[in-house]
Design a protein around this ligand. Structure first.
Ligand SMILES: N[C@@H](CCC(=O)N[C@@H](CS)C(=O)NCC(=O)O)C(=O)O
Length: 205
């Protein structure tokens, strides 16, 4: 049967926002088709603009409805399937807040250390990037200390999808992190769904 869901994504090696939505749909166990739009090609802008007003990936097509933006797609999935946010109302509120923090913030980390799954470098990073990394590591530490783990709120939630691309940056750019944060990064990067995505990224041309 053809799935009524199509997720439009960018290059798997580079598109962090696509990875977030893709992980959420995988964890939701919602079957979906994926369509890869190569970024940085001469026709990319026109292809993306034809797909949605946002002109970005990810975009989820649900029958004839178009949902752009990783956060909107995640909220759609959370309505369709239970358990993508923590059950406890206070934890759920905190998980949503931290997801928004990732969606809107950590600009220096995102700019200076863009997701590139194939990249490994020890080049010194700017102070502003290191400050963002330290803030993120502390934030993870705080959540992980309050729950039994292995994820930010115990069980996997959308918040973990949003921090997965950030975790890969710590590894790619050798960013300092606390031991607890390091364990969390290893957990995210050994997730089977993430590893499926990563395997595609490694052979992408
Ligand atoms: N706020 C958006 C950001 C999406 C975004 O910036 N996506 C990048 C790829 S990761 C993109 O489509 N850039 C357009 C381009 O490269 O032309 C979201 O959460 O989905």
């Amino acid at each position: 049967m053809i799935s009524p869901l199509t997720l439009y994504i960018g290059n798997k090696n580079l598109s962090s926002w696509s990875l977030r939505s893709w992980l959420v749909l995988r964890k939701a166990e919602l079957p979906f088709e994926e369509e890869l739009i190569r970024l940085d090609e001469p026709e990319t802008k026109s292809v993306l603009s034809a797909l949605s007003e946002a002109g970005t990936v990810p975009v989820l097509k649900v029958k004839d409805e178009i949902i752009p933006d990783s956060l909107a797609i995640s909220q759609w999935a959370a309505k369709a399937v239970p358990n993508l946010w923590p059950k406890d109302p206070a934890q759920r509120a905190r998980a949503i807040e931290l997801t928004h923090v990732m969606h809107q913030g950590f600009e220096d980390l995102r700019r200076e250390a863009p997701m590139n799954l194939r990249r490994r470098t020890e080049t010194p990073m700017p102070a502003s990037c290191l400050a963002d990394a330290a803030r993120m590591s502390a934030l993870w530490e705080e959540c992980l200390s309050q729950h039994d783990g292995p994820f930010l709120f115990g069980d996997w939630s959308i918040a973990d999808a949003f921090y997965t691309p950030a975790a890969t940056r710590f590894v790619s750019y050798g960013l300092p992190r606390s031991p607890k944060a390091d364990t969390y990064i290893s957990e995210l990067m050994s997730d089977l769904d993430f590893m499926d995505w990563e395997a595609d990224a490694m052979v992408e041309t």
